[in-house]
Design a protein around this ligand. Structure first.
Ligand SMILES: Cc1cc2nc3c(=O)[nH]c(=O)nc-3n(C[C@H](O)[C@H](O)[C@H](O)COP(=O)(O)O)c2cc1C
Length: 381
């Protein structure tokens, strides 16, 4: 049990700031450029208001649903975020255990500090996705796929909003990657799965560049990649392919055409294209575009309460994922903190179902939400 009472995810965020060194706090919380999309991602949820339904029998509420055919305890999951060891020494192991005990999906970042296979060992009963970029060296992407398949991952999550690295002023200010390279205190932040690849060509590059590629893994993202590569991945993969970073109906149609199994509507937590549309605002057109296919649609970015989750579902998402709140949970209390974050969200979601007259996930539909274009005004937007 934890000593401090935290009543909502914002409490974790406030406390995490005090637990983390300023460089890492800024890395985790920050977004690209002026952080408009970062702020708008959450604000978009506040522009929707809920329309309650009363006098329904909600005495026995079933919060469970499925993601890619796997049962999850409620429609929430963990998005991939790099560097969990910066928040807690147990890093992604703690996250995996918490996700498994909460009965939700965890996505492992390509920038994780723990081996792909060790996640399976730590939480053998857990549900997991392996996230990858499309690397210039396709052997890396395909090795991530093979290792994920062999380690029993349930899907490959391919981040497609990474043609280049977003301009995150906080990172530049602190020279995060430079510090990590030169300061032994930050060796724990190594992207260990890149080191393990064991590809000759890659090994030679490591030799030539010293440690460089370990840290600057982002620089190896392929800005010439097209949907053809997603088609290739789909062909060679024995596990479902989910693309992460879709924000328009047009791109969703192209994803369906490429044969994907799932789409994560995401603005990368506001860390890539600033002033990109907020994921919740993009959701309806994506849902419309995939109609008639079997493609599942998920969303992340700015989800902080159970009412956010029910709004996302009302607009057609199958599940809503969280990124930063997991890091804040880890920073405050390690595995226990992530469990608490998920537990708080689940309770809030359960209450939201009760107040909106929903006993089952299938009861959640568009009639629950009302859009108020200017209801939430943030002068910074
Ligand atoms: C510190 C940090 C690291 C991230 N690392 C990755 C990553 O390695 N791969 C990826 O696809 N997305 C990454 N993301 C984006 C998240 O997967 C997710 O889209 C975003 O955090 C969701 O928004 P939220 O933090 O408001 O919940 C990262 C986000 C943060 C905050």
């Amino acid at each position: 049990m934890t000593s401090k009472k935290r009543l909502c995810l914002d409490d974790f965020e406030k406390d995490a700031e005090g637990c983390l060194d300023p460089m890492l706090w800024n890395f985790y919380k920050g977004g690209a450029d002026e952080e408009v999309t970062l702020r708008d991602s959450h604000a978009a949820y506040l522009r929707y208001r809920l329309r309650p339904k009363v006098l329904r029998d909600v005495s026995r509420r079933d919060l469970s649903t499925t993601i890619l055919g796997h049962k999850v305890s409620f429609p929430c999951g963990i998005s991939p975020t790099a560097f969990h060891k910066g928040a807690h020494p147990d890093g992604e192991i703690a996250t995996a255990r918490a996700a498994a005990s909460a009965g939700v999906f965890m996505s492992l970042s390509c920038g994780a500090n723990v081996q792909i296979e060790d996640i399976t060992k730590a939480a053998p009963g857990g549900l997991r996705m392996m996230q990858t970029l499309i690397y210039k060296n396709k052997n890396i992407t395909e090795l991530f796929l093979r290792r994920a398949e062999n380690a029993g991952y349930n899907a490959l999550l391919v981040t497609v909003d990474f043609a280049t690295y977003g301009h995150r002023r906080n990172e530049k200010e602190f020279d995060l990657y430079g510090v990590v390279k030169t300061n032994p205190a930050y060796k724990k932040l190594k992207c260990v799965n890149m080191e393990m690849m064991g590809i000759k060509e890659e090994a030679d590059q490591f030799k030539a560049a010293g440690d460089k590629l370990l840290w600057e893994y982002n620089d190896t993202s392929d800005d010439s990649a097209t949907w053809d590569y997603i088609r290739r991945l789909k062909k060679i993969s024995s596990i479902p392919i989910v693309v992460k970073g879709i924000l328009t109906g047009e791109m969703a149609r192209e994803a369906v055409g490429a044969g994907v199994d799932g789409i994560m509507v995401s603005a990368h937590g506001g860390r890539q294209l600033d002033t990109a549309i907020a994921p919740l605002d993009a959701l309806p057109e994506v849902v419309e575009a995939v109609k008639g296919s079997n493609v599942e649609v998920y969303i992340d970015g700015g989800v902080r309460t159970g009412t956010d989750i029910i709004k996302a579902l009302a607009l057609g998402a199958r599940a809503a994922f969280i990124g930063r709140p997991v890091i804040y949970g880890l920073a405050c209390e390690g595995e226990e903190g992530v469990k608490e974050v998920l537990g708080l969200l689940k309770n809030e979601f359960s209450r939201a179902m009760a107040f909106t007259g929903c006993a089952r996930i299938e009861d959640i539909d568009k009639s629950l939400v009302s859009h108020r274009r200017w209801m939430y005004y943030d002068s910074k937007l």
